[in-house]
Design a binder for this molecule. Sequence first.
Ligand SMILES: Nc1ncnc2c1ncn2[C@@H]1O[C@H](COP(=O)(O)OP(=O)(O)OP(=O)(O)O)[C@@H](O)[C@H]1O
Length: 270
Amino acid sequence: MGFSLDAVRVVHPNGQRALAGVTLAARDGERIAVIGPSGAGKTTLLRVLGAALLPGEGAVQALGAKPWQLPAGALKKLRARIGTVHQAPPIAPRLRVVTAVLAGRLGEWSVLRALGSLFHPSDIAGAHEVLSRLSLEDRLFDRCDRLSGGQLQRVGIARVLYQRPGLLLADEPVSALDPTLADAAIGQLVAQSEATGATLVASLHAVDLALRWFPRVVGMRNGQVMFDLPTAEVTPAMLDALYASEGGVAVQRAPQPVAAEMAFQRPDCP
Ligand SMILES: Nc1ncnc2c1ncn2[C@@H]1O[C@H](COP(=O)(O)OP(=O)(O)OP(=O)(O)O)[C@@H](O)[C@H]1O
């Protein structure tokens, strides 16, 4: 199952080309980091994988289904099996943390149960368990608008952990976290994939996290896949080329550890 994209092209309504013929596939349970400069098409790629954006051209398969050939009911069920961690989680400010986390399974619930959960959270222990994996269990009953940006981002991660999707997509999931928390949060996404067999695709600006936690790295630029390699084969020269500015002058980046050196530094998942 996993997913596959074949020659996928996306041009936004304003004429901006975001994906220029992307072909990419993953087996069940694979873990892939997508890296590349701003505007490379990473978010667009994840939206196509999540059946949230219909590409203008090309074929999409996710979890064994072709989303855009499904009737509405089946498409809804497929989307309930796909979880997305957004950079800025779409969570209503007045919602309590517990409710925001339990909303991860809204797609599986009837309208009645979903409405009931707003007033009487049904699985407080389950919400507590996933929040504790992100060191947020003490905020269970806080309102989301009382949280910092980084705490809210972790609530968004907890929500997807609670959902237990078959395809887990994470779009810049730790951009608001300090390095220690970011490392731990990526570790939790990886641990979830290992425990449930979910395919994990994360777009990351933090190249060190991509190299440390993911066995496969896809480099994107200008809507195209520039490389798709086992992490140990990604070289500093490839990273420099990926992030080089359009004018040909290399962008100043902090030195990145060589992939081969990073591979054995991956901490054990808790
Ligand atoms: N809704 C939209 N309407 C018009 N253009 C868009 C839209 N979303 C993205 N784009 C454009 O498509 C291209 C790819 O954007 P995308 O957000 O996928 O890149 P990205 O790699 O995720 O960037 P970043 O790292 O900055 O988040 C960019 O040129 C962007 O300006």
